[in-house]
Design a protein around this ligand. Structure first.
Ligand SMILES: Nc1nc(=O)c2c([nH]1)NC[C@@H]1CN(c3ccc(C(=O)N[C@@H](CCC(=O)O)C(=O)O)cc3)C=[N+]21
Length: 407
């Protein structure tokens, strides 16, 4: 199974939306450095420089994801983007002091990497605003970065009592956080580093990689594992290239379960940050999720909704069904309440989407009789579709009756 981190992200975001009113006026600031000038022109860069440049690019990708996540439940995000050559250490320190003093700013994240001369100044950030533990010090609320917690929570979703987890890159700050979280949960683990004999992962049933070395874990290293969690994220060299994780794509068919890049730990981290903000600001711990349970829940919801939605579309007067684009004879579209129901008779696919957010909730391949996408379905969707279906049946009956009277 390819693990879908967006199921977790949607689940948590939907819960956060319930607290939207209480979060009104609360802000988070994200500070990010542009790459230093020597990395900006892409020619003649050493491998090390290319890798560092990739990390600066990843910092922007992840900032954009954080902005979208927090804004989805009404938290305002301030972006502070700094250029190393135009920023003195003193200016950076003042930015941190100002946000410490700003009562509306409840949390701050400094995106890594940052040029080394600014590192010591991170200490200035108020511990109680350090949602991602960028100061590398536990703050009484959280003990490690959100990424570490995300990785550990996925492992927890799949671990068995006798599991043994190999953490490649476990000596780094994020890897160390993973190891500490796992030990807190009494899950056995051991540490490997890039450069060690990585076939030692064969002693483990679960492998975690947090090295940021793209393609490090190959089929040779991963013969047979219950779960592989890939926390690497290296953007493609050109905009068209996909980002790469630590696990080589050729190994994707080997483990029973794997977090893909993109779509795995990245979105999971966003969910953790959202949970943390709720905990910091409202003192509320959202209920713990288990990935496999979330998938099961989504499937159950989709299985209730799909036949009802299909029945509605099948019995709707063809005058009420549109085609988009208008001339498309294969596409039947019905907008109903907050939803859009689509039947594509060419591809033989039935789809349920949420109208406002344009998110695809369910996609059923009618030929294979298989529900393929089901993320972000909430219990309210089930209730809404059940109500729409019931109302629709009343409408049909009334129409039939009135037609009967006319005859
Ligand atoms: N203080 C700090 N904390 C971080 O957590 C941190 C950081 N600095 N510096 C940069 C790295 C990188 N990182 C990512 C997080 C999410 C995605 C993510 O959500 N990616 C999407 C893809 C998004 C897209 O491709 O547009 C995905 O994997 O599906 C990517 C990268 C966090 N980082």
């Amino acid at each position: 199974m390819i693990i879908d981190g967006n199921i977790i992200k949607e689940h948590v975001k939907n819960q956060c939306k319930n607290y939207q009113e209480q979060l009104l006026g609360k802000e988070i600031t994200i500070i990010r450095f542009n790459p230093p000038p020597n990395l900006r022109n892409s020619e003649n860069l050493s491998e090390r420089q290319k890798s560092l440049k990739g990390k600066y690019e990843a910092a922007l990708v992840s900032e954009n994801q954080k902005v979208a996540t927090f804004e989805s439940f009404g938290v305002k995000v301030n972006r502070e983007t700094l250029s190393p050559e135009d920023t003195t250490v003193e200016q950076f320190q003042n930015i941190l002091r100002n946000l410490n003093d700003n009562e509306n700013v409840k949390a701050a994240i400094v995106q890594f990497p940052i040029p080394s001369e600014f590192e010591d100044s991170l200490e200035i950030l108020s511990p109680e605003k350090d949602i991602d533990i960028v100061r590398e010090e536990p703050n009484g609320l959280f003990s490690a970065p959100a990424t570490s917690e995300g990785v550990a929570r996925i492992v927890e979703s799949f671990a068995q009592p006798d599991s043994n987890v190999a953490v490649i890159g476990g000596g780094g700050f994020i890897g160390n956080g993973v190891v500490n979280y796992l030990r807190e949960k009494n899950i056995n683990c051991f540490i490997l580093e890039d450069g060690d004999d990585l076939t030692r992962t064969r002693a483990a049933d679960i492998v975690v990689t947090v090295t940021g070395v793209p393609g490090l874990a190959t089929p040779y290293i991963l013969p047979e594992h219950r779960l592989v969690v890939d926390s690497g994220f290296t953007p493609g060299e050109t905009k068209q290239d996909f980002p790469r994780g630590d696990v080589d794509k050729s190994a994707y068919n080997i483990p029973q379960n794997i977090t893909p890049v993109p779509g795995g730990i990245g979105p999971t981290e966003m969910a953790i940050l959202a949970e943390r903000f709720i905990k910091m600001e409202l003192g509320i711990e959202l209920p713990e999720w288990n990935y496999q349970q979330l998938v099961q829940e989504q499937l159950e919801r989709a299985q209730i909704i799909t036949p009802l939605a299909k029945a509605i579309l099948a019995t709707t007067n063809s005058n009420d069904i549109s085609r988009s684009p208008a001339e498309n004879l294969e596409l039947f579209v019905l907008e109903l309440g907050d939803y859009k129901l689509t039947l594509d008779t060419e591809k033989n696919i039935f789809m349920v989407s949420r109208l406002q957010e344009k998110t695809l909730l369910i996609q059923e391949n009618l030929t294979a009789n298989q529900i393929e996408i089901n993320r972000g379905l909430i219990q309210q969707d089930v209730i809404n579709i059940q109500q729409l279906h019931a109302q629709h049946r009343i409408d049909i009956q009334q129409n039939n009756q009135s037609r009967g009277l006319e005859q």
